[in-house]
Ligand binder design. Structure first.
Ligand SMILES: Nc1ncnc2c1ncn2[C@@H]1O[C@H](COP(=O)(O)OP(=O)(O)OP(=O)(O)O)[C@@H](O)[C@H]1O
Ligand SMILES: [Mg+2]
Length: 224
């Protein structure tokens, strides 16, 4: 359902992605593993429209999402959601956590009554192991791991076709990590979505992912 072909990206004359191709099927959790600074987040940023490739193209459900010659299709791209490596950067510092989540539900019409919205919200918080008091705090009043889980809850609310987790559980202890990833796996299988799971933790990637790409200098190789 998502396919990237021959992506290339250079920063200041230095090639980060030389010829990167990857494919993720429906209901599949695919890992992207590799050392720091190799280009994993750059791949993710291309898939969600933050970086434009200099060559190559990306297709989502057979439709072109972006290519070197055409800009990112924002309408199609709504089906792609990413939990960023720096979770606090993705949260509006002036807004309470609850206000941000309410706004998301309202803008995307995820519930048709206040009651339904409240249920959706508490269900989603429970799923990522958070409780209601977090809603009245601002981003600087929550921990890194809590911020990661708020970001994950936001993405899950939107039921994306492709969920990109970029070191999205790196600040969580092993037990919380397992508790948070279990519902992600369930939803992926139930809704036939796809997950790109980026990590430099090989053991975690092995445990969570059905298939794994390893990033080496400028390219991806599928781990047999
Ligand atoms: N906007 C930018 N301008 C210049 N160089 C950049 C930019 N963004 C990333 N880079 C460089 O590109 C390389 C790949 O960065 P990227 O963030 O994709 O790595 P990564 O594999 O995600 O690393 P990590 O595991 O540390 O998150 C790094 O050397 C980084 O310094
Ligand atoms: Mg990164």
């Amino acid at each position: 359902m998502i396919e990237a072909r021959h992506l290339k990206k250079t920063y200041e004359g230095r090639t980060v992605l030389g010829d990167v191709s990857l494919r993720i099927g429906e209901g599949e959790i695919v890992g992207l593993y590799g050392p720091s600074g190799i280009g994993k987040s750059t791949v993710a940023r291309i898939l969600c429209g933050l970086v434009r490739p200099e060559a190559g193209e990306v297709f989502l459900d057979g439709q072109r999402l972006v290519s070197a010659g055409s800009p990112y299709d924002r309408r199609l791209g709504r089906a792609v959601q990413m939990v960023f490596q720096q979770p606090h950067a993705a949260l509006d510092p002036s807004q309470k956590i609850g206000a941000g989540l309410w706004e998301l539900i309202r803008v995307h019409r995820l519930a048709d009554s206040r009651r339904a919205a409240e249920e959706l919200l508490s269900e989603q918080l429970e799923r990522v192991g958070l409780s209601l008091p977090i809603l009245s705090r601002r981003p600087h009043q929550i921990s890194g791991g809590e911020a990661q889980r708020v970001c994950l809850a936001r993405c899950l609310l939107l039921r994306p076709r492709l969920l990109i987790l970029d070191e999205a559980t790196s600040m969580l202890d092993v037990c919380t990590q397992a508790n948070v990833l279990a519902p992600v796996r369930r939803e992926t299988e139930n809704l036939r979505g796809s997950v790109l799971f980026i990590s430099h933790d090989r053991a975690l990637t092995d445990r969570f992912c059905g298939r794994i790409y390893e990033m080496e200098s400028e390219i991806l190789k599928e781990v047999p």
